[in-house]
Write a new protein. Sequence first.
Length: 248
Amino acid sequence: MGGLGRREPKNFDHVASYPLSAVLSETAYVVPPDGTEKSLGLPWWWKQHDQGQEGSCVGFGCSTMMSVTNHYQRLVTEGRDLTYRYEPRWLYGEAQLVDEWSDTPPEEGTSVNAGCKILKDVGHRRVQNGVAGEPNLASGISAYRWATTVDELRAAIYSGLAVAIGVNWYSDFDQPVYKDSEWWIGQKSNLGSIRGGHCVGLFRMSDRRQAFRFMNSWGDAYPPVWLPYAVMQRLIDENGEAVAITDR
């Protein structure tokens, strides 16, 4: 399988200070009713989204969040089907420079929080016609908040916001299981050993399946998969991070 690279933050002050729950009373961010199905769309280029063996998953996962959210919001508000791609390796490298670890670089990995700091303070490099532009605040975000429950993740996706998660990656997750014409992970009682931390982008929720679907960053070797709600809550409770853009 491909590389990992998400580092667990030394503290979670960012999650406590900027909870998504604080804005759930707003009309735009509501927990959906039971029985809701919602997809924000899978980018056509997902098979090209490949970090290889680098520990750069935070750059890829946060860029997925940006791509899916911006495409969906533009489609809904303006009816324009625009492709949004960003330079994930650049974001990863910049995040390493502002995270809390003095050994990065050259050691691999960073936190989701560090990736979001760059998106807010510097912006991102959008890729158009195969060429990455210069870093631009207009391609970044101005506000983001942290989810700690399945219902908050459901609320984010329901309101059109993809989510980047940084969580423990278990050995069970390396081998998706094909079931009823769909790929799944996390359905075994024993998830195996933790082999590191990983960051991916959630783009779909399904109450019928009781699961979220995410896009990985291992190219066409790893298909979009479903992960049960209960396992997602476990991963968040294990010092996971789950962030959504809230600057709409």
